[in-house]
Design a protein around this ligand. Structure first.
Ligand code: C5P
Length: 294
């Protein structure tokens, strides 16, 4: 009897170096212009051949039902390819959820690549891009990783050469933020005319540029003002990533963080660094063997 194959890969998180947002479009999404870069913070996904589809998550509080973007990705790929979704998946979650770090989107993109390898069904790049875009606005970026400019609602991805690695501190509050809620607050606060033609970081020489959602993030969660005030006080640069709740600090005095973390129960500071495309491709690539899981 042949033993089931296992494929395994890391799914790396992202931050937005800059996020510019235009007006709400007729389809409900906003036109954006952003620079994204992958970082050294990851989930792990394991896929094993099986007679039917299942998903398990660690820790067990992570929902393993069909609302999980990993399940949605597997089922959407199977449908696109006209096959049964025969796989047992295990998601080990470490990327904070609802934190603007793209964890669920990263998981979905890696699941698409893993399953096309496991099922030995090569998928055309255009098909992969279409399935990715149907799963969420950030998913197409994670088919590339490294540093990219993105446009449209997120589905237009232009890979760039990665700069030198940048050391980062991630200040992660003990609460998550809802992306639709933040975009709705953005509209209530007056929205935007059009996103600018060029990103500010293209000229400023800084690592971080503006995040147009920042005011909306603070409107939805007023405590975020405290976290931003701390970031501005103790770091050379600081900004919200995506629709929050994580704040990215560059050049942070980490000694100054300890007191704040003690006063804000549940808040965490994680050290990370940017990951270029070469390392991204290596770490998210299929690694596997023919040995079944013990
Ligand atoms: O594409 P995704 O499912 O990640 O988007 C979640 C929600 O975020 C959308 O339903 C929309 O309310 C908002 N969004 C947006 N404009 C974008 C991306 C997301 O308004 N470019």
């Amino acid at each position: 009897m042949t033993r089931p194959r296992i494929a395994r890969a890391e799914a790396l998180a992202k931050i937005n170096r800059e996020l510019r947002v235009g007006p709400r479009r007729s389809d409900g999404y906003h036109e954006i212009r952003s620079r994204l870069v992958t970082i050294d913070l990851s989930d792990t996904i394991e896929a094993e051949e099986a007679s039917e589809f299942s998903l398990a998550c660690e820790p067990p509080e992570v929902p393993a039902d069909r609302s999980n973007l990993v399940a949605k990705a597997a089922l959407a790929l199977a449908e696109r390819l006209g096959v049964e979704p025969r796989a047992r998946l295990l998601l080990q979650k470490r990327i904070p959820v609802g934190a603007g770090l793209g964890g669920a989107s990263a998981d979905a993109a890696v699941t698409l690549r893993l399953l096309s390898r496991l099922w030995r069904l090569p998928v055309a790049d255009a098909d992969l891009a279409a399935v990715a875009a149907s799963l969420g606005s950030d998913v197409p970026f994670f088919l590339f990783g490294g540093e990219c400019d993105v446009g449209g609602r997120g589905e237009r991805v232009a890979p760039r050469d990665s700069g030198p690695p940048e050391e980062l501190t991630l200040l992660v509050p003990p609460f998550s933020m809802s992306t639709p809620e933040v975009y709705a607050a953005f509209d209530r606060l007056g929205g935007a005319a059009t996103p600018p033609e060029r990103l500010e970081i293209a000229e400023s020489g800084r690592f971080l540029g503006p995040n147009d959602l920042e005011r909306a993030v603070v409107a939805v969660r007023p405590e975020m003002a405290d976290y931003l005030a701390l970031g501005r006080r103790i770091a050379r640069e600081c900004g919200v990533t995506g629709s929050g709740s994580t704040i990215v600090l560059v050049g942070a005095r980490t000694d100054a963080l300890a007191e704040f973390l003690t006063a804000h129960a549940g808040a965490r500071a994680l050290q990370s660094r940017t990951i270029g495309r070469e390392e991204y491709v290596r770490r998210t690539a299929f690694s596997g063997d023919a040995t079944p899981r013990a």
